[in-house]
Design a protein around this ligand. Structure first.
Ligand SMILES: Nc1ncnc2c1ncn2[C@@H]1O[C@H](COP(=O)(O)OP(=O)(O)O)[C@@H](O)[C@H]1O
Ligand SMILES: [Mg+2]
Length: 653
């Protein structure tokens, strides 16, 4: 940032418009603005600050306790209700572009010297292109802050009154803040804090995600699958038992068949069983058919409704409200030919003729007639179908009942055969039949067990499929957890790395500033042989070491403190590489000539652009001589006691 020009309008003692150009010549980079006490040096210094930042930016106070900014003379001269404007405009260069910023505030004069202001003030920034065209900058406050942050403002635009601030024993905090702000350590710190809080967020998210849920679900799934396998094994076992029992029964029956006393009984049983098997097959078929009927059972429910509909249509037809099954066209044809379908002629005026005419008038229009006829035909055929179905069902049911009866009697006969065998006087036969019946009972209970296993397996399979959905969901979450864990790791490691970098960078910067401050201090202080060294330790205490190797800061004179502070500030502006002018309001006030001389000799070399507000007392003799070859522009602030206004007068060379 290099200042080009400032224009003040009705700002404090600058009544009406006043303008001043700063020197931008790199060889003659100093602008001197002279003024006696009260002439307007601090007022112009304030004007620069106010124009760039306003009274405050983001809670940083820029201008405090300085009274009214609007020119009292301007207020005095205006008529009541007249609009008065206070304005400061600065043109500057930055990074190859030119900018113009203007801050203004307006007020209405109330009565004698009282103004009501229109707050807030207005701030605009224009970017001026090389062709002279100006473009309004959309975010002027943000852009200004990016060019020279309000936080570092006071290290570049500084007030000579407060110049020894950094050199006081209690100001380590201020030194640290200054380094932190000017050297943009703040950006690193902000990045670290951001990453740290990000890592914390991920950690929290991770806690919520990895509940071990997936592990539990997989365990459960495994258990269920094992259970199904166990059931499967048992089923195979049972089936083998059934086969075995069946074989045993066959063997027994074979023995009975070949035993001379009971062979006829066993043969009877064989026949009965064969019969029973056939009947059982028939019964199964019937049951399937009955099920089919049942699936279409609606006809049983709608039968009464259809009957009723048919009877309604019938009664209407009899009353002649709807056509009989005779179409209008048919009657018309008969009337045209005046002949009956049997060939007999129909005579005009005869009862037959009258009847035909009657039917013609009572018949409906052709379309409706068709519909009515179709509907009654449909209902009738439907009614017929229902009748057929119902009678089929009745027949099938009867068949079932009769087969049931046959099966029952076959079973009774079989039981009887069994009882006869069991009651056989031959013990061997008794034993065989007993065994046979036991095997049969076993088969029955095995079959029941298979049934219960099948139901259980069905149930388990349902549970597994539900579980599998849950597992898929948990897997997805686990994947997410892995991702979050990676993000967490990355954020934490980045934060640690930045913290490390921050420390290294801060230490490095502190070292650089220390070296530069020492170098400048040595140039500026006239007792350079007395002060041997400058220290700036990790505690950010700015220390001066004297020739005895002792800390000398507490005993520094006010002037020496000012020199130390100035050395630190200029060192910082050098190290920061921030391109900004050094604007100093009354910097030498409390310095003796020896220090003024050294400062005026070195300072122009340390800054790109140096703007000094001075009293004639501050800048004379050797100090002025030192500065003269570097002065590119010089002004006098001339205060007029008659008007209490200041005018700016350029010193012509
Ligand atoms: N609103 C104002 N209108 C007119 N003059 C003002 C106003 N505010 C301050 N002043 C004048 O400014 C003077 C202080 O000027 P200042 O710039 O601080 O002097 P210095 O050149 O010593 O730094 C005051 O004495 C007062 O006369
Ligand atoms: Mg002043």
């Amino acid at each position: 940032m290099k200042l080009e020009r400032i224009t003040l309008e009705n700002f404090r003692q600058y009544f009406s418009k006043q303008r001043l150009e700063f020197s931008r010549d790199p060889q003659k980079n100093v602008t001197v603005i002279n003024g006696v006490n009260g002439a307007g040096k601090t007022s112009m210094f304030l004007a620069i600050n106010w124009c760039l930042y306003g009274k405050s930016v983001e809670n940083v106070k820029v201008i405090d306790n300085v009274g009214e900014l609007m020119s009292k003379e301007a207020v005095r001269r205006s008529a009541p209700t007249e609009l008065i404007r206070t304005m400061v405009e600065i043109t500057f260069q930055h990074n190859g572009s030119r900018y113009m910023v203007r801050r203004s505030i307006q007020g209405i004069k109330q009565d004698v010297n009282m103004v009501s202001l229109y707050e807030p003030d207005e701030f605009i920034m224009m970017e001026i292109r090389p062709d002279g065209q100006a473009k309004k900058v959309d975010n002027p406050v943000g852009t200004m802050n990016a060019i020279l942050s309000v936080n570092v403002r006071e290290y570049f635009l500084f007030d000579g009154e407060k110049i020894d601030n950094f050199a006081k024993p209690e100001s380590a905090r201020q030194v640290k803040d200054a380094i932190y702000l000017v050297l943009k350590l703040e950006i690193l710190e902000r990045a670290r804090r951001h990453l740290e809080s990000l890592a914390q967020e991920y950690r929290r998210e991770l806690k919520g995600l990895s509940s071990g849920e997936l592990r539990k679900l997989i365990d459960k799934d495994e258990k269920l699958r094992n259970e199904i396998e166990r059931h499967g094994d048992r089923k195979v076992e049972i089936e083998q038992q059934i086969e075995l029992a069946k074989r045993k029964i066959n063997e027994i029956e074979q023995k009975l068949r070949s035993s001379p006393n009971v062979n006829s009984l066993q043969q009877q049983r064989d026949r009965l069983e064969y019969d029973l098997k056939l009947r059982q097959g028939e019964l199964d078929e019937l049951i399937i058919r009955i099920r089919d009927f049942a699936a279409n059972a609606y006809f049983i429910i709608c039968r009464p409704a259809i009957d009723q509909a048919i009877s309604i249509l019938e009664s209407k037809r009899i009353k002649g409200e709807i056509p009989s099954n005779i179409r209008q066209q048919f009657i018309k044809d008969l009337l045209d030919q005046m002949t009956c379908i049997c060939g007999r002629p129909v005579n005009d005026g005869s009862p037959e003729h009258q009847k035909l005419l009657g039917l013609l008038t009572s018949s409906l229009p052709a379309v409706l007639e068709d519909d009515v006829l179709d509907t009654s035909a449909l209902l009738k055929s439907f009614g017929e179908q229902i009748k057929v179905r119902q009678s089929n069902l009745d027949v099938t049911m009867k068949q079932k009942i009769s087969i049931d009866d046959v099966i029952k009697s076959l079973r009774a006969e079989l039981d009887d055969v069994g009882r006869q065998l069991k009651g056989s006087p031959q013990e061997e036969i008794q034993g065989l039949e007993n065994q046979r019946q036991n095997f049969l009972a076993d088969i029955e209970s095995y079959k029941m067990e298979i049934g219960s296993i099948t139901t259980k397996v069905d149930q388990l399979e349902k549970e597994i499929s539900k579980l599998e959905n849950e597992i898929a969901k948990a897997r997805k979450e686990e994947k997410q957890a892995i991702l979050v864990a990676e993000k967490f790791d990355l954020a934490q490691r980045s934060a640690d790395a930045i913290a490390n970098m921050y420390q290294t960078f801060a230490d490095d910067m502190r070292e650089k500033i220390k070296v530069k401050t020492r170098e400048i201090f040595k140039c500026l202080i006239w007792k350079e042989s007395h002060f041997k060294d400058i220290e700036l330790g990790p505690d950010y205490n700015l220390e001066v070491i004297d020739r005895y190797g002792l800390q000398a800061r507490p005993e520094l004179s006010a002037g020496e403190r000012q020199v130390l502070s100035l050395s630190f500030i200029t060192a910082m502006s050098r190290v920061s590489e921030e391109e900004a002018p050094l604007v100093m309001d009354t910097p030498f006030g409390r310095l003796s000539s020896k220090h003024r001389n050294s400062i005026t000799e070195y300072l122009p070399r340390l800054a790109d652009q140096l703007i000094l507000f001075v009293t004639d007392e501050e800048l004379r003799d050797q100090a002025r001589e030192n500065l003269t070859p570097r002065i590119g522009a010089e002004y006098y602030l001339v205060f007029n006691p008659d008007t209490s206004c200041t005018s700016i007068e350029e010193v012509k060379k």
